[in-house]
Design a binder for this molecule. Structure first.
Ligand code: KG4
Ligand code: ZN
Length: 356
């Protein structure tokens, strides 16, 4: 089978100069969402499905890794069947399988990797482990008004906050990153200390809608220093101290949520403007869960640059971005070696460029 897969990829590459048409099954299972999709390099996204484990973890106030892995096992095969049915195709029509190989929770990653690699082996097609953040970075490319390279990418998720210069897909030069909490993590932790349920980010944003923007002004961390690094953990402490000193009414809570959100949004705006100036790019691509934040989306429109977002459902984790990123790399002839090696930690800068 292995020989078959290698031969198929090799022949496809040779016949088409590395640009064969492919239908790629993508599987995302890095954290608390099982996502599956089929991307066709000729016709675009054919189908995608997502199962979110949010309700299951909410009871514990955060993601329980072992429960996450077990739930991925339960969901992934039914989702694959659903996606294939929606795409009106059979497994035999799949030309490659992409899955999230990292970063993420090891057990959750192992589940997706084992399913993807077994399927690929059984079908005699190549498999490829995709970097989760490269998936996020490429999500805006699934849209009709896809941004043109080169661009700067703002990746703001639960685990990462990065500003990356992207001269070409696969060539990622980090301009700035969080020195402590990721933006989403800061949203979640602040929400938790304000007594909001998990996942806190969207709930905090919702609460902020009722807040008075003039009630408090929180600092814009690290904006007085050169560079594009972020630091969000101080805002969490600032929120807690402000809450403890307040009369602790529901309105105080909303005011703090608003002050926190405004501080994050403004800080991210300032750093994005700096990253664009520094790199000389005039396109900004925004991705990752916090990219779903309405106030952030609105504020970034003030940049003197073209700003591109994925649709809301592709800001947060999904299978479509993994199918797409996998398709770009598989089409260029890249594929996994024999060993299955999920990488819970995996710097984006270690990725190979995408040739062709
Ligand atoms: O990209 P993602 O789905 O998963 C990771 O790869 O981490 O991002 C999830 C993060 C969570 O921290 C969540 O609270 C945050 O994105 N998030 C938001 C919003 N929607 C999701 N944060 C602020 N405002 C939102 N509307
Ligand atoms: Zn993510």
């Amino acid at each position: 089978m292995r020989v078959l897969a290698v031969r198929a990829a090799f022949i496809m590459g040779v016949l088409t100069g590395g640009k064969s048409l492919m239908r790629v099954l993508g599987i995302e299972s890095s954290c608390d969402e099982t996502g599956v999709a089929v991307y066709d390099t000729h016709h675009g996204l054919l189908a995608h499905r997502l199962f979110s484990q949010v309700k299951m973890h909410a009871e514990y106030g955060g993601v329980v890794p072992e429960l996450a892995s077990r739930d991925h096992i339960r969901r992934v095969l039914p989702l694959i069947r659903e996606v294939l049915a929606a795409a009106e195709m059979t497994l035999a029509e799949i030309d490659g399988v992409a899955y999230t190989a990292g970063p993420g929770l090891i057990g959750a990653l192992m589940t997706g990797a084992a399913v993807a690699r077994s399927l690929a082996l059984g079908l005699g097609v190549p498999a490829l482990g995709v970097h989760h953040m490269e998936g996020h970075l490429m999500a805006p490319l699934l849209e009709d008004n896809a941004p043109k390279l080169p661009f700067v990418a703002l990746l703001v998720s639960g685990g990462h906050s990065l500003l990356v210069d992207v001269p070409q897909l696969g060539d990622y030069r980090v301009l700035g990153e969080s020195v402590d909490d990721a933006a989403g993590e800061a949203f979640d932790k602040t929400a938790k200390l304000l007594g909001l349920a998990y996942p806190g980010g969207p709930l905090l944003a919702q609460l902020a809608e009722q807040g008075d923007p003039t009630a408090y002004r929180f600092p814009r961390p690290m904006t007085d220093r050169p560079g594009c690094d972020f630091s969000f953990s101080g805002l969490k402490t600032f929120s807690l101290n402000t809450w403890q000193k307040s009369a602790q009414t529901q309105q105080d809570k909303a005011n703090i949520a608003r002050a926190f959100e405004d501080a994050v949004v403004d800080t991210v705006f300032i750093k994005c403007r700096r990253a664009l100036e520094q790199s000389g790019r005039n396109t900004l691509v925004v991705a990752g869960g916090v990219g779903a934040n309405k106030r952030l989306r609105l504020r970034l429109q003030d940049l003197e640059a073209e700003v591109c977002f994925p649709r809301l459902e592709f800001c947060t984790d999904n299978g479509a971005m993994i199918a797409y990123a996998g398709a770009m790399r598989l089409q260029a002839g890249q594929m996994d070696q024999a060993a299955i090696q999920p990488r819970p930690r995996w710097p984006l800068t270690e990725l190979e460029p995408i040739a062709g």
